[in-house]
Each structure stands twice: as structure tokens, then as C-alpha cells.
Design a protein around this ligand. Structure first.
Ligand SMILES: [Zn+2]
Length: 511
């Protein structure tokens, strides 16, 4: 076989060794013979390109994988009888032995440590000491730890190889499966990794809140009008998704990075009572992450994804009984006055509603009507999300009943209701008018849409309508946008009924 000619293939350059990490964009000629021999010939012919000169004999075939249309051969490099961690070379060919790709992490000969006098071994640590050191790195007392195996190997650190031990540890309670790398000279921890971490990430949360879980608000109030500590059975144990595994509540869609004294749980078990500091963080992470997943399930994913990056959260940013979204900072802040706002998922999703609108339509809510729609939409989104969790007729249309447990205005207690008999006639145009109050007209209108067509259609056309709005929009224009969304998504199947709904609420004209 002849060496690959430059310019005849594409390559990803390696950082340390100046050899390519990957080459592709070519296809060699078909050939008979055993795939392993074919791959070896290819590596031999290209040993200068891959930096394999002088080490070819130390690259051994480790695995051959057959897929439907190809064969994948995986070679592993060793040095002085020990495996080099991550130093593999793979060759990929079709069923006619036409090679079309190769990956290369081999360490070139000039970076390999020289052979030492066996009496001056580089492995100063005994196996037993490495083993103890590894156990200590995952558990202080070494309780419930079982070492599955200890392997001597070379561990690449930047360009050079260190003698090291790889120790596999299985642990019960908490259930963990560690791979730990210990420096064989100094006993330093080089790296550790828990294979089960991603599967195990969990939290205890309210979903959405204790009032809904118990279908009861009276028992949650103590004599003097203060909320009682919720009983254990109102918590739900949930799996946290999309975490990065850093030990913080930091993931693809949400990060609590703006929270002071942020909690860290390397085992990713965010198991708190509502009275503990980490609970609010776990609540916002779980509920916002799930809300973004819901948007993805509606179709807002890939190039249609609404959020470009993780939403930043301060889970207890003020002692006031107030929470807000800052469009300037693109950040959500939750307050701890009264019941912590982040203890009620409906309050969390109301605030998330602001972030959602701002992501679609920057700086939404700059006119009185747009500001009212901002509040009304957040209430609608929260109520719509949790409607199916509720059995009580009144609770269905009430949001944040736990956040407002001491409230006496409504029965059941709640922050706001989404089905009040209000029309656009009730819109308060006074300069100091409250947008939350005016927002009730809009949430009631949206709720009518949901009652008529169900969650899926209503959420879809309502969210979709935002894409043609601007920060100063009006009720009538937003209603027309919902009709346009229905025309685009459902060929206008619901337009007649939508017009009737808007008309009944005094919103229009909506042709
Ligand atoms: Zn709001």
C-alpha cells in the first residue's frame, strides 16, 4: 500500500504531538485479505503521518467491531509492557476493505519514557498503597467500597507519560462506580470519574406544590396563620436531566450560578427538605429544565430552539416576597419573603414565562398592554403546565397556592386565577395601573383557548404567536397573531372559535 498523499484527505490536527487525531474524506481501493492485515498495511504505509515510526510493533489489535456496512478495528498502544491510557488507533473500512477513516491517539516514540534500571522502578508506590489512596479519594472512611481491579499503566499528561495506577472501585450506598487514576510516583490523584453519576442525578421537589399534592390547603396552615412544615409525602423524587456533572446545579438549559453560597453535591444527589438551603435551587433547576424540554417536545429544538444557552438563576436573591426576570441580564431572581417563591413551581413557571417571551421577542412588555400580556401569559403557562395534576375544580384555575398559603382573598388561596370574568373593558389605563391586574384579562382569554382546544393545541398556537410580536404589542394584535399561528400550524381549523373567544373578551378587531 502506498502512503496517503497530502491534500487527498481531510484531517483534524492533534494538539501535543503534531500528528492528526483523525483523517477522513478519502477511500482506498478495494482489496482482498483479512481486514486486520489490511489495517496494519495501512498504518505501516502511513507511519510517518501518524507518528508510528518505531512503535508499530507496540500497537496491538484489541477489538474488531462489525457494523452493517463497515468494520472498525481498534488498536491499543503499549510501552514497556504496560498499556498507555487513551492511546488507541482505529481504522474503519467498508465490507470490501476500502478504508475511509482513521483515528489516532498514539504517542510517538520520542515522547516515550526511556527504559529504566528495574531496581530504580518508576513505580514507587506499591499496588496496595495505590489502592488505599484511590479508596480515600472517593470515600473518607472507605465504607462500602470494593476494589474491582488495579492496573499499572501509562497516563498521558500533556505530552508526557506518567506511570500510574488505574483503580476501579464499586461502592454501595451511595451507589457509585469509580475509575480513579493515581500517580505511581507521588500518590497524587490524577483523575477520577463516576460512571453512574449521570444516571443517578436526583432531587426531591414539590411538583408543583404541597397544596396540589395534598389537594388541601387548610391543613397546611397552622393556628396563627403561618404555613406549617409540609409532610414528607408531598415530596416527589425526580431524576435531574441535562446536568453537566460538575456537582453544581448546572446543565444545558439551567444553571443556578447566580445563587450565593451555591450548593455542591459531587454525587449529584440533591436531596433536601424545603427548609434546607439547597431545596430552592433543586426546585428551579428541575422545573425550568423540564419546561425547556417541554418546549423542545412541541418542536422548538435544534435550529428552532428558543433558548441559546442555559438560563441563569439566583434561587434566593432577595428577602422580599418578590421574584423577577431581568431582560438586561437574562437572569431570573427568586425571593424568600413569606413562603420562598422557588418552593412553588407555579411561581417558577410564571417567571420562566417572562424569560420565554424575552427569548422569542426581546424586551417584551414595554407598553401597558404588552406588560399586562407578559403577566397574563406567565400565569397561563404555569396554570396550563400543571392543570392535569389537579383534581379540585377551583385549584385547576388558581396558581401558586402554596406561595400564597396565608392569603385570605381567594379560596383556595392563590396568587392569581386564570378564569376571572373580565373583559378588555376592565383594562385599567391609569398611569399607576397594575400590570398583574390587567394581565388577568389576557390569562382568562388564553385559558378560554385552552378550555376549548386542550393543552397541546393551545400551548402551541399561543407560544408560536409570539414570534410575530414586538415589545410594544397590543391585545388585539396578539390575538391576531394567535389566529395567524393557527393558520400556519392547523390551516386555520380553529379560527372561527378563536374569533368568538376574543370577541367575548372584548378584544379586537381580530380579522
Ligand atoms: Zn411576572
Amino acid at each position: 500500500m502506498t502512503p496517503m498523499k497530502q491534500g487527498r484527505y481531510k484531517a483534524v490536527a492533534g494538539y501535543y504531538y503534531k500528528t492528526p487525531k483523525e483523517i477522513w474524506g478519502f477511500r482506498t481501493k478495494a482489496a482482498r485479505g483479512r481486514p486486520a492485515n489490511r489495517a496494519r498495511d495501512f498504518l505501516k504505509a502511513n507511519r510517518d503521518l501518524f507518528g508510528l515510526a518505531g512503535i508499530s510493533s507496540r500497537i496491538k489489535l484489541q477489538r474488531k467491531i462489525e457494523s452493517l456496512g463497515a468494520r472498525h478495528l481498534i488498536f491499543q498502544q503499549s510501552h514497556l509492557g504496560l498499556r498507555i491510557h487513551r492511546a488507541y488507533v482505529t481504522v474503519h473500512m467498508d465490507l470490501k476493505n476500502r478504508i475511509y477513516m482513521a483515528k489516532n491517539r498514539a504517542v510517538p516514540a520520542e515522547f516515550l519514557p526511556p527504559k529504566l534500571d528495574p531496581k530504580k522502578s518508576k513505580f514507587l508506590l506499591t499496588r496496595e498503597r495505590a489502592r488505599r489512596r484511590a479508596i480515600r479519594s472517593v470515600s473518607r472512611g472507605g465504607k462500602n467500597c470494593r476494589v474491582l481491579d488495579v492496573e499499572k499503566l501509562w497516563y498521558p499528561e500533556e505530552k508526557f507519560l506518567r506511570p500510574a495506577f488505574r483503580v476501579r472501585i464499586h461502592r454501595l450506598q451511595p451507589y457509585e462506580d469509580w475509575i480513579v487514576y493515581i500517580d505511581a510516583r507521588k500518590g497524587k490523584l490524577l483523575n477520577k470519574y463516576d460512571n453512574l453519576a449521570m444516571r443517578r442525578a436526583m432531587a426531591r421537589v414539590f411538583d408543583p406544590n404541597p397544596v396540589v399534592a395534598l389537594n388541601d390547603w387548610k391543613s397546611l396552615l397552622s393556628e396563627d396563620g403561618k404555613p406549617k412544615r409540609p409532610p414528607a409525602d408531598v415530596y416527589r423524587t425526580v431524576t435531574l436531566r441535562n446536568l453537566k456533572g460538575t456537582g453544581y446545579l448546572e446543565g444545558a438549559h439551567v444553571t443556578t450560578c447566580r445563587t450565593r453560597n451555591r450548593i455542591k453535591r459531587p454525587d449529584l444527589r440533591f436531596d433536601f427538605e424545603s427548609t434546607e438551603a439547597g431545596f430552592d435551587e433543586a426546585m428551579v433547576y428541575f422545573h425550568i429544565d423540564r419546561a425547556v424540554e417541554y418546549l423542545k417536545s412541541l418542536g422548538y429544538r435544534g435550529k428552532r430552539a428558543i433558548f441559546e444557552k442555559a438560563i441563569e438563576i439566583n434561587a434566593h436573591g432577595t428577602r422580599k416576597d418578590n421574584s423577577w426576570y431581568s431582560p438586561g441580564l437574562k437572569r431570573l431572581t427568586f425571593g424568600t419573603g413569606g413562603v420562598d417563591d422557588a418552593e412553588d413551581a407555579e411561581t417558577i413557571l410564571h417567571e420562566f414565562g417572562h424569560a420565554l417571551q424575552d427569548a422569542i421577542c426581546p424586551d417584551f412588555g414595554q407598553s401597558p398592554e404588552a406588560a399586562a400580556m407578559g403577566e397574563g401569559f406567565g400565569d397561563y403557562f404555569a396554570a396550563s403546565f400543571f392543570e392535569e395534576y389537579k383534581t379540585d375544580k377551583e385549584l385547576r384555575v388558581s396558581i401558586s397556592s402554596w406561595d400564597q398559603i396565608t392569603d385570605k382573598e381567594f379560596e383556595p388561596p392563590c396568587l392569581r386565577r386564570v378564569n376571572l370574568p373580565m373583559t378588555f373593558e376592565n383594562f385599567d389605563n391609569a398611569e399607576d395601573a397594575d400590570e398583574h391586574q390587567n394581565g388577568k384579562i389576557w390569562s382568562a382569554t388564553l385559558w378560554d383557548v385552552r378550555e376549548r382546544f386542550g393543552r397541546d393545541i393551545a400551548d402551541r398556537i399561543i407560544i408560536e404567536s409570539h414570534f410575530q410580536l414586538d415589545g410594544f404589542t397590543k391585545f388585539a394584535r396578539a390575538a391576531r397573531a394567535i389566529i395567524d399561528a393557527d393558520r400556519n400550524l392547523y390551516r386555520g381549523r380553529h379560527v372561527v372559535a378563536l374569533r368568538r373567544i376574543f370577541h367575548a373578551r372584548g378584544i379586537g378587531p381580530v380579522e
